[in-house]
Design a protein around this ligand. Structure first.
Ligand code: CA
Length: 221
C-alpha cells in the first residue's frame, strides 16, 4: 500500500512517514499543496493524508482539483476543531478527517479502514483457504498458527488479498508497495513472493506468466 503524506510541518511529516513505513506502507512525502497535487495526479495512492493548512495550494483546493480526475481516498488533517470545517471536508469529497493533534494509533486505524472500504472489503479479516489475513492486527495465520512475515511480505499478501480474484501486475505491485526512497532490484519481488510461498504454501499465490500474480479463494478451498 502506497500512501502520500502532504504536510508542510517538516517534523510532523517526517514522523508520519516514518511510522507509516514501520507499518509496512510505502510512503511519498510532499511539503506543499503544489507538490502534493503533482504527486497525487502522477501516482495511484491507496490513501492520501492531506493537511488543510498548506502553502501555495491549501488542502481544500488540492482536493477540489484532484476530484476532477481522481477518486483516490483522502484523509484530511484539520487543525481547527470547527464543525463547518468537517462538513466542508466531507462535502468536498474527503473520505475521512482527523482533528490535530491526533492519536497516531487512530490515524493508522482510519487508514486501514479507508483501504478496506476502497477495496470493497468491509470485514477486517480476510479468509483464504486455511490462511487468515487480519488487516486490523496486520497479522497472518495459517490454520491456528501465526505466520511471521516481514513488513514487505505482509504488504504484498495484504495487497493481493484485498484484490482477491484479480490478477495484479508486477508494475501495480511495485507502484503500490515501493516508494520514492526505495532503490530495489527488479528481482526482489520474486524473492518476496518465493518467501511468502515457503511460509503460506506453494499454491497460495499463483503466477500468471507475463501478467502478474493472483490469489484465488476458490483455488485454495
Ligand atoms: Ca499545515
Amino acid at each position: 500500500m502506497r500512501v502520500l503524506v502532504v504536510e508542510d510541518e517538516p517534523r510532523l511529516r517526517h514522523n508520519l512517514a516514518k511510522i507509516l513505513r514501520e507499518e509496512g506502507y510505502a510512503v511519498d512525502e510532499a511539503a506543499d499543496g503544489d507538490e502534493g497535487y503533482f504527486k497525487a495526479e502522477a501516482y495511484d495512492y491507496s490513501v492520501i493524508v492531506l493537511d488543510v493548512m498548506l502553502p501555495i495550494m491549501d488542502g481544500w483546493q488540492l482536493l477540489e482539483k484532484l476530484r476532477q480526475t481522481k477518486t483516490t481516498p483522502v484523509l484530511m488533517l484539520t487543525a481547527r476543531d470547527a464543525f463547518a470545517d468537517r462538513v466542508k471536508g466531507l462535502d468536498s469529497g474527503a473520505d475521512d478527517y482527523l482533528v490535530k493533534p491526533f492519536d497516531l494509533a487512530e490515524l493508522l486505524a482510519r487508514i486501514r479502514a479507508i483501504i478496506r472500504r476502497a477495496a470493497g472489503q468491509a470485514q477486517p479479516v480476510i479468509l483464504l483457504g486455511d490462511v487468515c489475513v487480519d488487516t486490523r492486527a496486520r497479522e497472518v495465520r495459517r490454520g491456528e498458527e501465526p505466520v511471521s512475515l516481514t513488513a514487505r511480505e505482509y504488504a504484498i499478501v495484504e495487497y493481493l488479498s484485498l484484490n482477491e480474484g484479480k490478477v495484479v501486475s508486477r508494475t501495480e505491485l511495485y507502484d503500490h508497495l515501493f516508494d520514492d526512497t526505495d532503490d530495489s532490484m527488479s528481482n526482489l519481488l520474486d524473492v518476496h513472493i518465493g518467501n511468502i510461498r515457503k511460509k503460506l504454501g506453494k499454491t497460495f499465490i499463483s503466477t500468471r506468466r507475463g501478467l502478474g500474480y493472483c490469489i484465488k479463494r476458490e483455488a485454495l478451498t
